[in-house]
Design a protein around this ligand. Structure first.
Ligand SMILES: [Fe+2]
Ligand SMILES: [Fe+2]
Length: 474
C-alpha cells in the first residue's frame, strides 16, 4: 500500500500497471493544472508553503510536512487499505462480498453520487480563491492553502474513480468537473451551497465548520458503500477532512474568544462600541452561524427521498457509522421522526426510516454541529460573557425539503412574509454587517502578528509555534 511518488501521478493503486488508465489521467492532469492556475488561490504560485503531503495511508504518520510551492504539490490517488473480506453491511445485498467493479444495474446512480461529491471539491477552492489576499496571519494563510490543495486532491480522488470505472461517461464527467464553476451563471456547481460566495474570513471559517462538516457526513455515508473503491477513497479523504473542520471550529472559537476578551476589557456588549474596537460583535457571529448552518443543512436534501432510499437499498450509500448501528440494516419496517409543516406549524411525524435516511444523516450532523457551539459557549462562559450562540431551527431559511418556501424563524415558528421581512435583518447578515466584516479583512503576513478581530491559535501546526514562518513569499 505504499505510495509511489516516482510516477507522474503519485498513487497507491498500481497506476503504472494500468497503461490505459494512466494515460487517461495523465491527459486530464494538464487540464487540472490549467484550472488550478486560473481558479485556484489567487497570486499564490510562487509562495513556499509549509504543507503536509500524504506519504502513506496508515492511520498514524501518513503526512510529511515541508515547504512546497503549491503548483508543485503532489496531487495523487490514495485509497485507504482494503479491509479483508469486507461485506456489504446494509440494504438488499447485506452480507454479500463488496464489489470491486461497478455492478451494471447501479452504474448510473453510482456515477451520480461520485459526480455530486466530486463537484463540491473544486467548488470550494473556487469559492476561497481570493481569501489569501486578506489573511489574518501566516498561520491562517497556511491552513487555507492546506485545505485548498487537499480539496484539489479530493477532486483527483473522484476523478480517478470516474476514469477507472465508468469508461467514456466517466471521462466526460471528469472534464465537466473543470468546466462548471462556483457561482457561474451558465455552468454553476451542482449544489447550492457551493455557488454561494465566501467573501471574507468569517464566512470561510463558518464554511469550514458547517459545510466541510456536511462533507464529513456525506463521505462517511459513502465510505459505507458496497462499491469498495469508493469506500476506500472516502475513508482516506475523511482523514484529510478532519483538518478542515478543525480549522473551522478553532477559527470561530478564536473569533469568539477575541470578541469576548474585548467585551470584558471594555465592559460592554454594545455592538457599536465593539465595532469601533475592531472586533466582530456576537449578534453578527450569530447571524453568520444562521446563514452558513441553514445553507449547509440544505445539502442533506429532501427529508423524504426515494433516491436516498434506493441508494440505501442498493448498498451504494449507507448511514453514518452504519456497521455500528443496532438494527436490521434494511429499514423496511422501521420508522424515523421527520419534521414537516402542517397547518402552519412545525410537526414531527414518524415516517419510513428507509425513505428518511437523508434526515437521519442530517440529525447526526446537527448533533455534531451542536458540540462545536457548546465549546464556543463554554469559552464565553469562561470569559464571564452572558451571550450564548445557538443553532437556529433546522427549518430556518431552507430552500430544499419540507420547509422550502416556508418562512420559519430561528426559534422554530412559522412566520408570515411580513414578519420575516420585518425581522430578517436580526437573523441573517445584512449588507451593513457584511460591509463591516469585510472592512476588517486586512492582510497580515508578518510572523508573530495577527489581525485584531481574531485571537491567535493555542498552538501551531506540526509542533511548530503559531508564529512560525508558515509561508515564505518570494
Ligand atoms: Fe473535500
Ligand atoms: Fe474539506
Amino acid at each position: 500500500m505504499s505510495i509511489n511518488y516516482t510516477d507522474r501521478i503519485p498513487n497507491n493503486v498500481g497506476l503504472s500497471d494500468n497503461r490505459r488508465l494512466q494515460r487517461a489521467l495523465e491527459s486530464w492532469q494538464p487540464n487540472y493544472m490549467k484550472w488550478w492556475h486560473e481558479m485556484g488561490p489567487d497570486g499564490s504560485t510562487d509562495y513556499d508553503v509549509y504543507l503536509r503531503t500524504a506519504i502513506s495511508v496508515e492511520t498514524d504518520g501518513w503526512a510529511n510536512f515541508g515547504y512546497v510551492k503549491m503548483p508543485e504539490y503532489r496531487w495523487g490517488i490514495f485509497l485507504a487499505k482494503p479491509e479483508t473480506e469486507r461485506v456489504i453491511s446494509f440494504g438488499d445485498h447485506r452480507g454479500e462480498p463488496v464489489w470491486q467493479e461497478v455492478p451494471g444495474e447501479y452504474r448510473a446512480p453510482l456515477r451520480r453520487l461520485i459526480v455530486t461529491q466530486g463537484d463540491t471539491e473544486p467548488a470550494s477552492v473556487e469559492q476561497q480563491r481570493r481569501l489569501g489576499l486578506t489573511c489574518p496571519s501566516l498561520y491562517d494563510l497556511r491552513n487555507l492553502f492546506q485545505i485548498n490543495v487537499e480539496e484539489g486532491r479530493h477532486l483527483w480522488a473522484m476523478v480517478y474513480l470516474l476514469h477507472a470505472y465508468f469508461g467514456r461517461d466517466g471521462r466526460e464527467e471528469a472534464e465537466a468537473m473543470l468546466e462548471r464553476h462556483s457561482g457561474d451563471a451558465d455552468r454553476p456547481r451542482i449544489l447550492g451551497a457551493f455557488n454561494e460566495a465566501t467573501p471574507n474570513w468569517l464566512s470561510y471559517l463558518m464554511f469550514t465548520f458547517f459545510t466541510d462538516r456536511d462533507g464529513k457526513y456525506q463521505l462517511a455515508a459513502l465510505a459505507e458503500s458496497g462499491f469498495d473503491p469508493l469506500s476506500r477513497t472516502c475513508r482516506f479523504m475523511l482523514t484529510e477532512e478532519a483538518h478542515h473542520m478543525f480549522v473551522g471550529e478553532t477559527g470561530v472559537m478564536r473569533v469568539v474568544q477575541r470578541t469576548g476578551e474585548v467585551m470584558r476589557e471594555l465592559g460592554t456588549d454594545e455592538p457599536e462600541r465593539l465595532r469601533v474596537a475592531g472586533v466582530i460583535d456576537l449578534p453578527t457571529v450569530q447571524k453568520y452561524i444562521n446563514l452558513h448552518y441553514s445553507v449547509s443543512v440544505d445539502l442533506f436534501g429532501q427529508e423524504v427521498s426515494t433516491n436516498a432510499a434506493n441508494y440505501f437499498t442498493a448498498g451504494l450509500k449507507g448511514r453514518y457509522l452504519e456497521s455500528r448501528l443496532d438494527d436490521d440494516h434494511r429499514l423496511t419496517e422501521d420508522l424515523w421522526p421527520v419534521y414537516a409543516v402542517r397547518d402552519g406549524q412545525i410537526a414531527v411525524e414518524e415516517l419510513s426510516a428507509l425513505s428518511a435516511v437523508n434526515e437521519r444523516l442530517r440529525d447526526d450532523y446537527i448533533k455534531d454541529c451542536q458540540r462545536g457551539l457548546d465549546r464556543w459557549n463554554r469559552a464565553l462562559e469562561a470569559l464571564g460573557v452572558d451571550f450564548r450562540l445557538e443553532l437556529p431551527h433546522r427549518f430556518f431559511n431552507r430552500r430544499i425539503g419540507n420547509a422550502a418556501g416556508v418562512r420559519v424563524s430561528p426559534d422554530g415558528r412559522v412566520v408570515s412574509e411580513e414578519e420575516w421581512q420585518a425581522d430578517v435583518s436580526r437573523w441573517l447578515p445584512t449588507d451593513e454587517d457584511m460591509a463591516y466584516v469585510n472592512s476588517l479583512m486586512q492582510r497580515v503576513i508578518e510572523p508573530g502578528r495577527i489581525a485584531g478581530w481574531i485571537a491567535p491559535p493555542v498552538r501551531g501546526i506540526d509542533g511548530k509555534p503559531w508564529d512560525f514562518e508558515y509561508v515564505r513569499f518570494n
